[in-house]
Design a protein around this ligand. Structure first.
Ligand code: TRP
Length: 486
């Protein structure tokens, strides 16, 4: 029995989609990963490459994903199936939708553990559980927090419950309502923290750490990191953006909304760097990567500062909100699929998904304690989830999506759905046909370990290869179309 005849939910407000999609995009990736990656890979030069990746790969892929969602008006599986059958193509392409949905679910299974760290540190800040005098003490607290499965499990369970509570309430009353206060709240807290950092004495150093233009330190590894991160930070190819797009009203401009989300996401990432590093530098610490930055250095720095506890609490509230607005988007794909296809209510779908999620995430959580020895090929379950999704499933899903849009489907579909002026449409088409696939292939070549591409100083070569591929592609495109269409 399907309930597909029911009118599908839509965002209520003009900003509903932008807020929700930005909430999905802004997460631990922005606040924690981006700042230290920037520091590691050459500051301003890395930021510049990252911006290019967002524009050349992130934006076109996101536009394509939203267009799929709105055109197909359904979960990733249903939407992709409808859009390809509309063009008379094989419905086997809906495998892409399955993969996206699975990918979102897998990301969430380890994401709730990391979000659980944030919630537990908020509690530690409030209850005075972070008193220690050095980095060693902080490291011991972090280890102790992970060592007890009941403790760690408690916090990831809490995140799971909060996520399901919001999603169970529905698109408007749950997701839209919660992001419409959490997102502005988050930005205000971030601004307050930047102000606090500005008075701490480390602002100048943080600024030059993030923005000093130092091309010498930008390696090809840094460029690859920027490209992979562009995918991750925009929540692409994991079902979230596509499903949110399926609630987008007909009149809304996909191009404009995509740019708003990409710009907001990038601004929050840069702001997070400007909030965290002054506090770190003012206390003479080093900007290390890994969990150490947020869960060891930062709590220690807060301790040494006036009103540190207050601002520490503010920081972890902000981080927890950022994580929560992302986690709700990851389950929405699965929940909407269940509601549309299984004839069950949203509430039942949410709690059912929650139970499965709880089981899988508990397994991921155990990687830090009981299951410390359960590894396969040198990876814990937790690491496998991360590796498979970010190195394989997201790029593969993105690649499938842009190839479909660029070569296989009827061109009217996207012309109508995107509604761009002709010259913008040509630019989008060029991006999804050649630039985005090339960028994604570079990720694969690296993941397979075939070769480490050394394109650091060889921009002209990269452009030449792109030009060549474009010419060949345009010559072969009718044949390519037939081959891909199967
Ligand atoms: N964009 C999120 C962040 O930066 C992480 C993320 C990746 C994500 N894929 C996702 C979030 C899918 C929601 C849905 O932290």
């Amino acid at each position: 029995m399907t309930t597909e005849q029911q009118p599908r939910a839509q965002w209520l407000g003009r900003w509903g989609f932008v807020l929700a999609a930005t909430g999905s995009a802004v997460g631990l990736g922005n606040i924690w990963k981006f700042p230290y990656m920037t520091g590691e890979h050459g500051g301003g030069a890395f930021v510049l490459v990252y911006l290019v990746c967002i524009l050349a790969v992130g934006v076109p892929v996101m536009m394509t994903e939203i267009a799929f969602g709105r055109r197909g008006r359904g979960s990733p599986i249903d939407a992709v199936r409808r859009v390809v059958t509309e063009s008379g193509r094989s419905s086997a392409w809906s495998l892409l939708g399955w993969m996206a949905m699975l990918c979102g679910f897998m990301i969430l299974s380890f994401y709730v553990v990391v979000a659980g760290w944030s919630f537990s540190y908020l509690w530690k800040m409030l209850s005075g559980g972070l008193n220690g005098s050095g980095v060693d003490d902080m490291a011991a607290i972090f280890v102790a927090n992970n060592e007890n499965p009941f403790n760690l499990g408690f916090w990831s369970t809490l995140v799971t419950l909060a996520t399901m509570l919001i999603v169970g309430k529905g698109v408007q009353a749950g997701i839209e309502k919660s992001v419409s206060w959490m997102m502005p709240g988050m930005v205000i807290m971030l601004l307050i923290l930047i102000g606090y950092g500005a008075f701490s004495g480390g602002f100048g150093e943080a600024w030059s750490f993030l923005f000093s233009f130092n091309t010498g330190s930008l390696s090809s590894e840094g460029m690859l990191a920027a490209l992979g991160h562009a995918f991750f930070t925009l929540s692409l190819a994991s079902g979230a953006i596509l499903t949110y797009g399926s609630y987008l009203p007909d009149g809304a401009s996909i191009g404009r909304t995509t740019f708003s989300v990409a710009i907001a996401d990038t601004l929050v990432a840069l702001m997070a760097g400007l909030a965290i590093f002054p506090i770190i530098f003012a206390n003479g610490m080093s900007p290390e990567g890994g969990p150490g930055l947020l869960f060891m250095s930062l709590p220690l720095a807060f301790q040494a500062m006036p009103l540190g506890t207050l601002f520490g609490v503010l920081f972890f509230v902000m981080l927890s909100m950022a994580a929560l607005t992302s986690s709700i988007s990851m389950v929405e794909a699965t929940v909407s699929w269940l509601v549309d296809n299984k004839g069950i209510t949203r509430r039942t779908a949410a709690w059912g998904t929650g139970i499965v999620l709880w089981l899988v995430s508990t397994l991921a959580m155990l990687s830090f304690n009981l299951g410390a020895d359960w590894t396969l090929g040198g990876r814990h379950f937790f690491d496998w989830l991360d590796y498979l999704t970010s190195r394989w499933m997201m790029p593969l899903g993105g690649l499938g999506m842009v190839l479909l849009a660029g070569f296989v489907l009827k061109s009217e579909t996207f012309r109508e759905e995107l509604g761009l002026a002709p010259h913008w449409h040509v630019l989008w088409l060029f991006m999804v046909r050649y630039v985005s696939p090339l960028g994604i292939l570079v990720i694969f070549v690296d993941a397979l370990g075939i070769a480490r591409l050394q394109f650091g100083l060889h921009w002209p070569w990269l452009l030449a290869v792109l030009a060549l591929i474009t010419v060949i592609g345009e010559l072969l495109s009718p044949r390519l179309r037939r081959t891909l269409a199967g």
